[in-house]
Design a protein around this ligand. Structure first.
Ligand SMILES: Nc1ncnc2c1ncn2[C@@H]1O[C@H](COP(=O)(O)OP(=O)(O)O)[C@@H](O)[C@H]1O
Ligand SMILES: O=C(O)C1=C[C@@H](OP(=O)(O)O)[C@@H](O)[C@H](O)C1
Ligand SMILES: [Mg+2]
Length: 185
């Protein structure tokens, strides 16, 4: 049922850094037996640079421009699971494309869960500040009203990743039983 609901669309994961978009997205793709792609990984592949190196060398505006080009290209092919970087859905053009052409899932988590995860690695340039937890909290306040525009919301928490992935598939299936408002193509 979940696979039928998706049709030929991309299932697009959005949400703040550390929510589990890359990890859960990959598991959901396996469960649905469709390809998986992560826009950050694709950006690093085509640029042959890491995300931090890109920020360091060219700055955030250039990263966002590249992110937009890559995601627009990735959205053209489906069905598959597309996990985006946390800032992508904040881009009006990308958000409109995702809402029109894809089926979006917001992996939502509270600050403590996110912080516990992102603080383990320093791979997120936006958190290279004097108070990275406060920076993450500010991003949460700014972005959550926008992520809420996604078609589905799934709570990410410190539960087994397979459980979160299964809950995502079940949420998708519920759409097919008319238990939500997103039209089936
Ligand atoms: N449900 C979960 N329980 C425990 N750890 C998780 C869970 N989901 C994701 N993680 C871990 O949190 C970190 C961030 O996950 P990731 O998929 O990179 O998030 P995002 O792509 O949203 O930034 C990774 O180390 C990942 O393994
Ligand atoms: O929230 C953001 O603006 C960003 C999130 C990152 O991806 P993840 O959400 O997968 O960490 C990555 O795209 C970059 O560091 C910017
Ligand atoms: Mg990611």
């Amino acid at each position: 049922m979940a696979r039928r609901v998706l049709g030929q669309r991309n299932l697009v994961f959005v949400g703040l850094m550390g929510a589990g978009k890359s990890a859960i997205g990959r598991l959901v793709a396996q469960m649905l037996d469709i390809p998986f792609v992560d826009s950050d990984h694709e950006i690093e592949r085509v640029s042959r640079m890491s995300i931090p190196e890109l920020f360091e060398a060219y700055g955030e505006p250039e990263f966002r421009a590249l992110e937009g080009r890559v995601i627009k290209r990735l959205l053209k092919t489906g069905p598959r699971v597309l996990s985006t970087g946390g800032g992508a859905f904040m881009n009006d053009t990308i958000r409109t494309m995702v809402l029109n052409d894809g089926l979006s899932v917001w992996l939502k988590a509270d600050l403590d869960v996110l912080w516990a995860r992102v603080s383990k690695r320093d791979s997120r340039p936006l958190l290279k500040t004097a108070n990275p937890r406060q920076t993450l909290s500010d991003l949460l306040d700014k972005r959550y009203p926008v992520y809420a525009k996604a078609d589905l919301t799934v709570w990410s928490r410190d539960e087994d990743k397979d459980i979160i992935a299964s809950e995502t598939v079940m949420a998708l299936a519920r759409l097919g039983r008319g238990q939500d408002t997103v039209p089936i193509p």
